[in-house]
Design a protein around this ligand. Structure first.
Ligand code: F42
Length: 150
């Protein structure tokens, strides 16, 4: 566990289907609750620290993995605004953990742009095709971060 994450309290997502998924995933070490609803498509859990509250937040995202790195796609279903966790990542980049299986691990993160983003975007859409629809339905550029194990 990283310092800074030890003392902060966990505050669950106000979206019940999301907080339920996190609870099931953590309780079973990723054996259950590891896919998006009934799609069977795999997810990971990303822990961030709230930009304003300092609370621990846990956000399921689609699993887009390549050579041990993960793309974190701030799509939120193509909503007009970035999800709040995007700002949490920027505010506390040194306190991020990913869970992809039984145990969480600490990661470094960086937001990507240009050719690198284009390449990862292809991977993201290959793993989860609705990302393309989400980008088409919003005016904002959907941010993508790369997370790498520390
Ligand atoms: N969302 C994605 O963006 N991309 C994905 O690939 C994705 C996949 C996915 C798979 C399974 C699943 O269950 C959910 C999935 N989601 C995916 C949804 C994702 O988990 C998030 O729920 C969604 O992106 C919305 O994120 P959000 O951070 O905006 O969450 C809102 C609902 C939320 O939790 N709001 C809290 C609240 O109380 O209203 C605040 C949370 C927070 O971090 N607050 C901060 C703080 O300091 O504590 C700052 C508050 C502020 O106002 O700045």
């Amino acid at each position: 566990m990283l310092s800074g994450m030890t003392d902060a309290a966990y505050v669950a997502s106000p979206w019940e289907w999301v907080s339920n998924q996190v609870e099931l995933y953590e309780r079973t070490g990723g054996a259950e609750g590891n896919a998006l609803l009934d799609t069977g498509m795999p997810i990971i859990i990303v822990k961030t620290i709230g930009a304003k509250t300092g609370a621990v937040r846990k956000t399921p995202l689609m699993r887009v993995e390549h050579n041990g790195e993960y793309a974190l796609v701030a799509s939120m279903g193509g909503a007009p605004k970035h999800p709040v966790w995007y700002f949490n990542l920027l505010a506390h980049p040194d306190a991020i953990e990913i869970q992809d299986g039984p145990k969480p691990f600490a990661v470094t993160i960086r937001e990507i742009t240009g050719d690198e983003k284009a390449q990862w975007w292809q991977r993201a859409v290959a793993d989860y095709p609705p990302y393309a629809e989400y980008q088409a339905k919003t005016d904002r550029q959907i941010p993508v971060f790369i997370a790498a194990r520390r």
